[in-house]
Design a protein around this ligand. Structure first.
Ligand SMILES: C[S@@+](CC[C@H](N)C(=O)[O-])C[C@H]1O[C@@H](n2cnc3c(N)ncnc32)[C@H](O)[C@@H]1O
Length: 200
C-alpha cells in the first residue's frame, strides 16, 4: 500500500486551529471542508468536535489520499470526500449525512493557492449558500490593508505567482466578494497565519 500523503504544516497548526474551531463552531451542526488536502485536519478535528458532522471535499485527485487517512482514523461524524472544485463543480448545498444545509464551512490554506476566479467563486458561494448565523472559518496567510505580514509571506506569494497560482489575498478583497458575510473575528495564529471567522 502506498504511503499516505503527509503535511508537516498540518501537524504543527492543527492544535491551534482546533482551539479556534471549538469556539467558532460551538453551535454548528454540519461543516463542509473545502480543500481537505491530505485529510489530516479532518481526522483530527472530527473526533475533537463530536457535536457536529465533518464533510471532507476536494478535487477528485486528492480523494485517494484523504480516504487513506479516513481508513486509518475512522470516526462516526467524519464523512468521505465529495468532489468540489470551485468555479468548476456545483456548490455542495446539502450534507448527504444530515440531509440539511451546511451551517458551517471550513477551509485552510486555499485562498492563496486558488486562481482569482476560484477564490471569488468560493467567497460568492459561501456568501450565497450559508444560512443565517452560519459560520465560515478560513485559515491561512492573508494580506492586511494591502500589506504582507512578513517577508517570508511576500517571498512565498512571489513564488506562487511565478508558478501560475493566485497568490496572497487581502482580507478586504475577500470581504468585498462576500458582502453578506461579516468578519466577526480575526485571530493571529503561529507562523504568520490567521483564522478569519465570518458569519452570515
Ligand atoms: C495547500 S493545499 C491545503 C490543503 C489543506 N487544507 C491543508 O491546510 O493542508 C490547497 C488545497 O486547495 C485545494 N484547491 C485548490 N484549488 C481548488 C479549487 N478551485 N477548488 C477546491 N479546492 C481547491 C487543493 O486541491 C488542495 O487540497
Amino acid at each position: 500500500m502506498e504511503d499516505k500523503p503527509f503535511s508537516q504544516a498540518c501537524e504543527n497548526n492543527k492544535p491551534y486551529i482546533l482551539a479556534a474551531l471549538k469556539k467558532a463552531f460551538a453551535k454548528t451542526k454540519s461543516v463542509l471542508e473545502v480543500g481537505s488536502g491530505t485529510g489530516q485536519h479532518a481526522v483530527f478535528f472530527a473526533p475533537n468536535l463530536p457535536h457536529l458532522h465533518w464533510q471532507c471535499s476536494d478535487q477528485k485527485e486528492y480523494h485517494a489520499g484523504i480516504n487513506q487517512w479516513l481508513d486509518e482514523y475512522p470516526c462516526e461524524n467524519l464523512h468521505r470526500p465529495l468532489a468540489l472544485k470551485l468555479d468548476h463543480d456545483e456548490w455542495l448545498k446539502t450534507s448527504p449525512s444530515t440531509g440539511e444545509q451546511f451551517d458551517g464551512v471550513y477551509t485552510a490554506n486555499t485562498a492563496h493557492i486558488m486562481l482569482e476566479n476560484e477564490i471569488k467563486a468560493l467567497m460568492h458561494s459561501v456568501d450565497y449558500h450559508l444560512p443565517k448565523n452560519g459560520v465560515f472559518c478560513q485559515y491561512g496567510p492573508f494580506k492586511v490593508n494591502g500589506k504582507f505580514t512578513s517577508e517570508s509571506n511576500q517571498a512565498f506569494h512571489e513564488q506562487l505567482i511565478a508558478n501560475g497560482r493566485g497568490g496572497y489575498r487581502d482580507i478586504d478583497e475577500l470581504a468585498a466578494w462576500a458582502p453578506k458575510l461579516t468578519l466577526i473575528e480575526r485571530i493571529d495564529m503561529p507562523a504568520n497565519n490567521m483564522m478569519l471567522v465570518w458569519q452570515s
